[in-house]
Design a protein around this ligand. Structure first.
Ligand code: FES
Length: 268
């Protein structure tokens, strides 16, 4: 974990309240894994508490860290006001990301809403390891899927769903997943998104005896296991989302929505 002052190279409004921020990184670039997050402090922000934002992508060629986030509160609103060439301080990478030590497997990735955020880096990692990746991306509407234009999905079997049918098929990601598992075999499912969605994805995984890794959201004050803000009860005892997670094996999770959330590692 590093503390770095990073120059902002872009902070673009993707759609609605959703932004993509790119930062020039240094030491953290080579250490960051898919599913991890950073605690970000906007320069001159009104709020001193850092905000946990999950890593969207690491561009090793450009030495850039990418973060896809949504304005949900004052902290992320301050972040959206940051301009190109501003310097902001980041702390990370933090937490336990997705376990991608697999090769040549049939892999399912399910991202809903802001839960698409960690999937860009995850998918690239899985493809590099010669896995066959199916990606179901869903959102409320077409705008919620705009971020996909920032993702290279070459070699990925892609399915899109929206609640209102404005892009892809009308419906939800779990409906599409149910349909696909009937006729296909998947070795592992990776998922991030709203808790009800992840609950449903995990249930489908359990019913079909598929390993499932879920990326949880929780209230985070310190991000470095120094408080108790993110403790959750699991089937194997208490765990801290910022340190033991945010990614967990779904089989040990008691409740996908351990707390009422404020700002979380998906930028919510
Ligand atoms: Fe403080 Fe996890 S956020 S212990």
């Amino acid at each position: 974990m590093f503390l770095e002052n990073c120059e902002v190279t872009a902070n673009i409004n993707i759609a609605g309240n959703m932004f993509l921020m790119k930062l020039k990184g240094d030491k953290s670039i080579s250490k960051t894994k898919p599913g991890q997050f950073f605690m970000i402090q906007p320069k001159n922000g009104r709020f001193f508490l850092r905000r946990p934002i999950s890593i969207h992508y690491v561009d090793e060629n450009k030495n850039e860290l990418e973060f896809y986030y949504e304005i949900k509160g004052h902290g992320t609103n301050d972040l959206a006001c940051v301009k190109e060439k501003d310097i902001i301080n980041v702390q990370g990478p933090l937490g336990n990301g997705f376990d991608t030590h697999i090769k040549g497997k049939n892999v399912m990735v399910v991202g809903g809403g802001m839960g698409i955020a960690p999937m860009k880096y995850l998918i690239e990692d899985l493809i590099k390891k010669e896995n066959r990746v199916t990606f179901i991306a869903g959102g409320r509407n077409k705008a919620a899927l705009e971020v996909l234009s920032n993702m290279s999905l070459e070699g990925v079997t892609l399915y899109l769903t929206t609640d209102d049918g404005s892009k892809g098929s009308k419906g939800r990601v779990d409906g599409k997943l149910k349909e696909l598992v009937k006729n296909n075999t998947y070795d592992v499912i990776f998922t991030c998104g709203p808790e009800k969605m992840m609950e449903s994805v995990a249930n489908i995984a359990h019913e079909n005896d598929i390993e499932c890794q879920v990326s949880l959201e929780a209230r985070m004050a310190c991000g470095v296991k120094a408080c108790v803000g993110c403790s959750i009860k699991t089937k194997v005892g208490m765990r801290k989302v910022c340190h033991d997670g945010p990614v967990f094996d779904s089989k040990i999770i008691v409740d996908m929505n351990p707390e009422e959330k404020t700002e979380t590692c998906c930028g919510n």
